[in-house]
Write a protein that binds this ligand. Structure first.
Ligand SMILES: [Zn+2]
Length: 450
């Protein structure tokens, strides 16, 4: 799968075509609708608001909103419901959630040389929203396999999109796939951001200059790495933006009133530092793992294509019409800095229509887990087993556990059936694995495909 447009702008053949007019950027492959972007962004923003030190200073807010409104008035910014929040954090960062919510750190204001540089970061973030890079990344990840594979299927239902993604292992946090962009996405956001800045009367080159200034200072001072871990440097930013500017309608640029930025810096600098954010596992009261231990008393779950028994003290989370389901005790699916994840339970997923042999499909799935689950690694390579007379594979993995001082043990059983690959991930913290394993085996023995 290739973004044809991107391939086009990277070749000289298209350069001549583009010279006379500014480029039109289009969002890439996406399983989600724009409405789902907006809903997901709203839900995610509410979660981030709980975790971040939001500044409710009207003077700062109206300064940022003023710049934001000027930028989003550009036709290139589309018609998203943009909202603005300021975060009390000295690191130089800003981020955008799908569909419109924007978060700006006080550190950005404190480190910008002029208002056009602040506007540049905002225009770049607005472009991530317009080009729908967050849900594009999620869609690509789903296509490649991994924990998110069922999410597109789940999303047909009403209810919380974020909750459903969380159940499928797509976490919410600054390291979330929603906020980690590719170099190609970065370049597109620089160029679309240039168009937006130009329309608003800011010099687009200030955006590229600011990013290059950050690049040259990264490593020398803290608070910059966060930006580049989400926004990898596509290289040659100033040159590319300068080239883009030659295709844009000529404007007289204003760098904004230096006194206004100076005042904003004074206000931002006067806010006392926020308390350090909670370390995962601390601050939230997790039940002791042993209290979540599965009962050997089982009850039956009927999915459309299979039935399986699960512990009577656990719940079945999911839609009865779908194969994807999570079995866990209340408290076994926890919220940490990466978002909700299954800390103690069983996750069943299905990847439809993936032709191929069991071994490579299993390998691909494991690669997806290793990419998306924090700290995940394969501890015993896939080996063939038989489940109800059917060929299957069993892989052992470990990962970071949401429980303090624990390692997560995961056994993944993959079974081809019904034009796709089913996976059963049995998850427990290390201290509980021995107690849970007989129940996991009982669950697997009870599995019946229709
Ligand atoms: Zn970016």
């Amino acid at each position: 799968m290739k973004n044809r447009f991107l391939a086009c702008i990277l070749t000289l053949a298209c350069a001549g075509l583009a010279a006379a007019q500014s480029k039109k950027f289009k969002p890439g492959m996406n399983f989600y609708s724009i409405e789902q972007d907006i809903q997901l962004g709203r839900e995610a923003a509410a979660e981030f608001e709980k975790k971040l030190a939001i500044v409710n200073n009207q003077e700062l807010l109206s300064y940022i909103r003023g710049i934001g409104d000027r930028l989003t008035a550009s036709p290139a910014a589309g018609k998203f419901p943009y909202t603005w929040r300021i975060v009390n954090d000295k690191s130089i960062n800003a981020f955008a959630l799908p569909g419109g919510p924007m978060f700006v750190n006080t550190g950005l204001l404190l480190n910008a040389d002029n208002e056009a540089q602040v506007a540049g970061v905002l225009a770049h973030e607005i472009s991530h929203i317009v080009l729908r890079h967050g849900t594009n990344q999620m869609s690509k990840q789903q296509l490649l396999g991994g924990l998110g594979a069922g999410a597109g299927i789940f999303l047909g239902n009403s209810g919380s999109i974020l909750g459903q993604l969380g159940q499928l292992g797509i976490g919410l946090g600054l390291q979330s796939v929603l906020l980690k962009y590719s170099r190609g996405a970065e370049k597109d956001s620089d160029l679309l951001g240039s168009q937006i800045m130009n329309d608003a009367g800011y010099n687009p080159v200030e955006m590229a200059r600011f990013f290059e200034k950050l690049q040259s200072e990264s490593g020398k001072r803290s608070g910059i790495e966060e930006w580049f871990s989400s926004h990898p440097n596509p290289g040659n930013r100033v040159r590319d933006v300068e080239r883009e500017v030659t295709t844009l309608p000529r404007r007289t640029y204003s760098a904004g009133n230096p006194a206004t930025l100076a005042r904003a810096k004074q206000v931002a600098g006067g806010i006392p530092a926020a308390p350090k954010p909670a370390v995962p596992g601390q601050g939230t009261t997790l039940p002791a793992p042993a209290t979540l231990r599965p009962s050997a008393q089982l009850r039956n779950h009927q999915a459309p294509s299979f039935s399986i028994d699960y512990p009577s003290n656990w719940d079945a989370l999911g839609d009865a019409q779908r194969p994807d389901v999570i079995f866990a005790a209340k408290g076994g699916v926890v919220q940490d800095q990466q978002g909700p994840n299954v800390a103690y339970g069983t996750l069943v997923g299905f990847q439809p229509n993936k032709p191929g042999d069991l071994a490579p499909l299993t390998q691909e799935l494991m690669d997806g887990f290793v990419r998306t689950v924090p700290g995940a690694k394969v501890t015993a390579n896939p080996r063939p087993i038989s489940v109800q007379g059917q060929n299957a594979m069993l892989t052992q993995m470990s990962a970071h556990s949401a429980f303090p001082n624990e390692t997560e043990q995961i056994v993944v059983v993959t079974i081809p059936h019904g034009g796709g690959l089913y996976y059963f991930a049995f998850v427990a913290p290390q201290s509980e694995y021995r107690a849970a394993e007989p129940v996991f085996q009982q669950m697997l023995r009870s599995l019946r495909f229709r």
